[in-house]
Design a protein around this ligand. Structure first.
Ligand SMILES: C[S@@+](CC[C@H](N)C(=O)[O-])C[C@H]1O[C@@H](n2cnc3c(N)ncnc32)[C@H](O)[C@@H]1O
Length: 230
């Protein structure tokens, strides 16, 4: 997975973070700090630094993304995995806000249950990086029912046994090759969070493509959960 993200380093759009940015703005104090886990190209951190005046840090396991984010934000970007508990425990600083944007579905094991367990441990590790009373922001794509995502997970697992490339399907945008992804339902994502959700938002995709409908997907949304560490 690390190799995949070293080769594919797109910049994802910021609109997904709108609710999170509003909350951060309302709850910021002078000198507020923010850690972005899986910060990618650093565009989210750049916004948080320049528009919300936070002191920012990032983390990513892909070297190319670490370099891009450090250049873009001029701040410390740690190279490491949110699943590496020894690495996380070695970070002595705690932050007012910790962000996890579109990362949980990339934490994949051999099975869907194994992947879910990885996502849960990532959330537990992320909470360790928060100050008491600080907020964890989780942004994900949620799909229901779960069954089509089980199928997509195992098809991608099978395909990546042969090649680590993307494999376009039908309209060219759908991809049944790398990366393997494990998307969850809204309900399942909520159950992964062992902290109080103080704000949430769910925005349904404006329309579902015929391929997704054919695959049995009934609902697809962008979800945001803001959780408070007690
Ligand atoms: C889909 S991108 C999202 C980037 C950014 N957070 C956003 O929402 O625009 C997923 C990011 O998570 C990083 N990532 C995936 N697994 C990771 C892990 N185990 N530890 C740290 N970063 C990881 C990838 O390198 C990539 O930058």
């Amino acid at each position: 997975m690390e190799e995949y993200f070293n080769e594919h380093t797109p910049v994802y759009e910021l609109e997904r973070f709108r609710a999170a940015f509003e909350f951060m703005k309302e709850n910021a104090a002078p000198g507020s700090t923010c850690m972005d886990i899986g910060c990618g190209a650093g565009n989210v951190l750049e916004y948080v630094k320049n528009e919300l005046s936070f002191s920012v840090s990032g983390m990513d396991f892909a070297e190319n993304y670490v370099a891009q984010a450090a250049k873009r934000c001029g701040c410390e970007i740690l190279k490491g995995s949110i699943l590496d508990t020894a690495f996380i425990d070695g970070i002595k600083k705690q932050y007012d806000f910790v962000l996890m944007g579109a990362i949980l579905h990339h934490l994949v094991g051999k099975t869907r249950t194994g992947s879910e367990e990885l996502a849960r441990s990532a959330v537990r590790n992320a909470l360790k990086l928060l100050k008491k009373g600080g907020h964890l922001v989780i942004i994900e794509n949620a799909y229901s029912p779960a069954f089509p995502m089980d199928v997509i997970f195992y098809v991608k697992r099978f395909m990546t046994g042969f090649s680590n490339r993307r494999v376009s399907f039908l309209n060219g945008w759908n991809n049944i090759g790398a990366p393997v992804i494990s998307f969850y339902t809204d309900e399942k994502l909520r159950r992964m969070i062992p902290a109080e959700i103080v704000k949430d938002e769910s925005i349904d995709y404006p329309d579902l493509s015929p391929v997704w409908k054919l695959a049995g997907i009934k609902k697809a949304s962008w979800v945001t959960y803001i959780c408070k560490k007690s």
